[in-house]
Design a binder for this molecule. Structure first.
Ligand SMILES: Cc1cc2nc3c(=O)[nH]c(=O)nc-3n(C[C@H](O)[C@H](O)[C@H](O)COP(=O)(O)O)c2cc1C
Length: 171
């Protein structure tokens, strides 16, 4: 039976580097005979966590996709040494999602930054591991850290897109 991979894109930039890497992951997913979708958080309406009586918004659509997913790929550019606000807001809202919907997923990190890859590794990789591997108990399937990319789409034609495709095949 084929697997379902949900790719959470935290970049607000259409055609940006993160989106390009998400598409490369998706290509690999499909080449491996699995199904996948990219969710662009910036195109959805997801309000910051505001307590237990939070109003319904697009978070429920994302959660519905995750509930049936085998793997969830976390994708974001480095913004001020961290995930984007869109990604972090979604993470905060995960705290209200029932354990059943989040249980037993595989995961991977795809990130890009103007700085070298070591800066992404230092600032984001450990944080990703603390949140998704240590706290949620998801299984780490790897990462692509695309350093030295700034202009939207600059990552195309760089080895990072092949790495992202290979990561997609592994999921
Ligand atoms: C608000 C903002 C903050 C940024 N902060 C960082 C940073 O802390 N370190 C870094 O290396 N690049 C930083 N960048 C550059 C982006 O990470 C880089 O341009 C990335 O390729 C953008 O990905 P995207 O095309 O998917 O949006 C920042 C860009 C913006 C717009």
């Amino acid at each position: 039976m084929s697997k379902k991979i949900v790719i959470i894109n935290g970049s607000p930039t259409p055609g940006g580097n993160t989106r390009c890497l998400c598409e490369a992951v998706l290509k690999g997913v499909k080449e491996a005979g699995n199904e996948g979708i990219i969710i662009d958080l910036a195109s959805l309406s997801i309000a910051p966590y505001s307590g237990p009586s939070q109003a319904e918004d697009d978070m429920s659509k994302v959660t519905a996709e995750i509930r049936t997913a085998d793997a969830v790929v976390i994708a974001s550019p480095l913004y001020w040494m961290q995930f984007t606000g869109q990604l972090k807001v979604w993470m905060d809202r995960l705290s209200t999602v029932g354990k059943d919907a989040l249980a037993g997923k595989e995961t991977a990190l795809v990130a890009c930054a103007a700085s070298p890859a070591e800066v992404i590794e230092k600032n984001l990789l450990g944080y990703y591991r603390m949140c998704f591997i240590d706290s949620l108990g998801w299984k780490d399937m790897g990462n692509v850290l695309a350093g030295g990319v700034y202009a939207p789409g600059q990552v195309m034609g760089m080895p990072y897109t092949e790495q992202a495709e290979e990561l997609g095949k592994k999921l």
